[in-house]
Ligand binder design. Structure first.
Ligand code: P1T
Length: 381
């Protein structure tokens, strides 16, 4: 099946009891047994629930994996991955990543003796210098949040393979419509399904997808043992969202390109971060590993003036100032005070998260209205 068919049919079957085309929302915590241990494959909904199973099969299908796992949030999916490790193990992570991931690594898992190295990964060769006998995992986000840096997945996978490390790719910004990390050699794909997979800003959820059975078994064990699962209603909503992922992503990409080009030519804009520009440092890698460039971008204004940025953010009418991204509606964000506030100022400024940086999640509205909205707000400074 091709991707556009997989988002609708991949891993799905009609409900066996009624023929329902969409899986029912199995709002149940438990399942009757005719005798101890005699059941129809479901015992307790932390372990498995049929609506969640349908979604997990869809996750596996769209990412070209074999096994999918759904969690209560993106962060609980990340939490499950790090629980594969033991005290003393080391992780090499990109230094430009979602602030909540950084907080989970540094404030929670460092307490349990896991060591994280945050490095620039724009040049994959940088990774090898940090590998030692305790290194177990490489954590990559590409494109990165919020600087839209691109990490070469294939080159990172070659390094991971050579040193017997797990390569995890947070595919939240790209989605499988744009890139397929497992096909490029990654071991685990992670998503904040809250974003493009759900697509309608009405659910918080996380996803993991793997090919390897052994790894899947370890992760299913952690999913059940730690228990950070999502409910059947949320599973239903994300499954419904995935059915239009290809249509939404196509428009996100078109609008993202239009907005990036508009901002790039605006006299008050200092710099636009978007991987589709030929002068983006890893534009060629983005072209090779992605089908298009997505709907996320960030920009700074000339003079790096915090007050002016606040004026812009307060006066955008169609772009709503809010955390999150990837929904049909356009959102604006101020990473320094919102999504990346948990990263110390000197650390975040090293990667470019300065006070005047604005992040846009470009939605699927009319391109003309989005550009006018930005034009009107920028006129006020
Ligand atoms: O919010 P949650 O579903 O727990 O997912 C965390 C997460 C993980 N990875 C990436 C790349 C993310 O962007 C996120 C969540 N990000 C936001 C809420 C945000 O506005 O950037």
């Amino acid at each position: 099946m091709e991707f556009n068919t997989k988002v609708i049919h991949g891993g799905q079957k009609h409900d066996p009891s009624t023929g329902a085309v969409m899986p029912p929302i199995y709002q149940t915590s438990t399942y009757a047994q005719s005798s101890p241990g005699q059941h129809k494959g479901y015992e307790y909904s932390r372990t498995a629930n049929p609506t969640r199973t349908a979604l997990e099969n869809s996750f596996a299908s769209i990412e070209n994996g074999k096994y999918g796992l759904a969690f209560s949030s993106g962060l609980s999916a990340i939490d499950a991955v790090i629980k594969l490790l033991a005290p003393g193990d080391e992780v090499i992570s990109t230094n430009d990543l979602y602030g909540g991931t950084y907080r989970l690594f540094t404030k929670v898992f460092e307490q349990y003796g896991i060591i994280f190295h945050f490095i620039g990964m724009e040049n994959a060769n940088n990774i090898e210098g940090y590998i030692n006998s305790n290194t177990k995992m490489i954590w990559a986000e590409t494109p990165t949040n919020p600087m839209l840096n691109i990490i070469d997945i294939k080159a990172s996978a070659e390094i991971a393979n050579k040193h017997n490390l797990l390569l995890v790719v947070d595919n939240t910004f790209a989605t499988p419509y744009l890139q397929l990390p497992l096909d490029l050699g990654a071991d685990i794909v992670m998503h904040s399904a809250t974003k493009y997979l759900g697509g309608h800003s009405d659910v918080v959820m996380g996803a993991l997808i793997v090919k390897d059975e052994n790894l899947a078994e370890k992760l299913y064990f952690i999913q059940n043992a730690s228990g950070a699962v999502c409910g059947p209603m949320d599973s239903f909503l994300v499954l419904r969202g995935i059915k239009t992922l290809h249509l939404r992503m196509q428009r996100h990409c078109e609008n993202g390109k239009a907005v990036a080009n508009y901002l790039n030519s605006h006299p008050k804009v200092q710099k636009v971060y978007w991987p589709g520009f030929e002068n983006h440092p890893n534009h060629q890698i983005a072209k090779d590993q992605m089908h298009d460039f997505g709907g996320m971008l960030s920009f700074t204004i000339k003079g790096n003036n915090y007050e002016q940025v606040i004026i812009i953010l307060e006066n955008l009418k169609i772009f709503t100032l809010a955390e999150s991204l990837g929904g049909v509606e356009s959102l604006s964000g101020h990473p320094a005070s919102m999504t990346h506030a948990s990263i110390p100022k000197d650390e975040r400024e090293k990667t470019g998260v300065v006070d005047s940086l604005i992040r846009l999640s470009v939605g699927v509205e009319s391109e003309k209205d989005l550009i006018n909205d930005l034009k009107n707000a920028l006129e006020l400074i």
